[in-house]
Design a protein around this ligand. Sequence first.
Ligand SMILES: [Zn+2]
Length: 479
Amino acid sequence: MGLKLFNTLSRSVQEFAPRAAAGKKVGMYCCGPTVYDFAHIGNWRTFVFGDLVRRYLEFKGYEVRHVMNVTDVEDKIIKRVRETKTTLREFTVKFETAFFDDLKSLHCRMPHVTPRATEFIGEIVALIEKLIARGIAYQTADGSVYFSIEKYRGCGCTYGQLVKLNFDEMRPGVRVAADEYEKEALADFALWKTRVPEDGDVFWPSPWGEGRPGWHIECSAMSMKVLGNSFDLHLGGEDLKFPHHEDEIAQSEGATGQPFVKHWLHGAHLLVEGKKMSKSLGNFFTLRDLAGKGFTGREVRYALLPAHYRETFNFTLDGLTGARTALARIDECVGKLRALAAPHPVPAPVVSRAGSAPGAPDPLTDRFTAALDEDLNISSAWAAVFDWVRDTNKRVAENALSAPAAMAALAAWEKVNSVLGIGAAAEAEAPAEIVALLEARQAARQAKDFKRSDQIRDELKAQGWVVEDSPKGPKLKKI
Ligand SMILES: [Zn+2]
């Protein structure tokens, strides 16, 4: 069954198909963090959504190349660098490191490439030169370079592919220098900003003199350098549709004359405790704030995934407590399955990420896949999980589950969990079937069946795990 996703370009739900016909390779670019502060829970909703998209594509058998940039030079960063009297890199490195630590805490798969804007200045300059050569960008008296919306539209290109824009009010040649502006301020936007005293030491040489790039051109340059002029999937928060993504399209298509991105995906925002998040309302949380209140990354991840990605939802501390309860229900059920499966040391099934993996279909995976195929209907997917938990608990209570059936149920759960990414309770990080093998090895050792226990150890090794015996008992370690 095919995956359908809402494409902001067409304003409709459509079948997802990579550009390469019959291809299984997907180039995916997610606008990453602007490293001027710790990411807040609203940002994390978008990044966890991006991780869900990647995990589900991988589950469907796609080979995803996931690129997430780090915006390490733009207006807000320069302001903070000036205020804190530090250097650009000294300032950004701590927020960049914190971002990737938090990304791991939230069980997000690490992007394959994480380009920093400051390391792509050469590509940015080359892209601006191309736009100037095509007559779409122009230099102003102060040495800055702007993108001409009028010239771009004059080439038959469309500005306003993601959002509806009103050009009646637009005066040709009016310019906006700031990286962020509203639709009402529709105007030519800055590609290269000439050096001003407030920039301090943040500048690079260019054909137009010393200066720095605008924010929007950074993503065009990085995405096309890593993924090519045209790629499959671009996603970000809905606030980035305009001007950031609209400008990315204009810069990229203006320079190459080729379609930039096939599918655009935008995630909605969240409310926190019923209101728009703000520092003054006391409802502004970073992941660190929530960790300080005793919540784990796993619990926060769960609490960020209750609703469809295009719907706003209300994130609350009560919801986080609810996440803890829900995860405990899943852990308890999986724990029972492990106990049932443990004395039955059948070779562990190879868990495949592909939804079409051979083997008997199971109702959990079928319902889960049907839900997510429909534009990532995550609430239906969770309903499938909790119906499965209820049914499994019932069958366990009735002694109606054999060890092989428990193994099969665990394998189904692992497949589903490869998408949800909620991992397992802290004491057991390994997949269920690996834990089951470890327990079988323990049972063999207790029965003094050392031949069998060695066999299982070798099998674990073949699957990428080593057993380390410690005074507290055996521990699994990934090779
Ligand atoms: Zn971007």
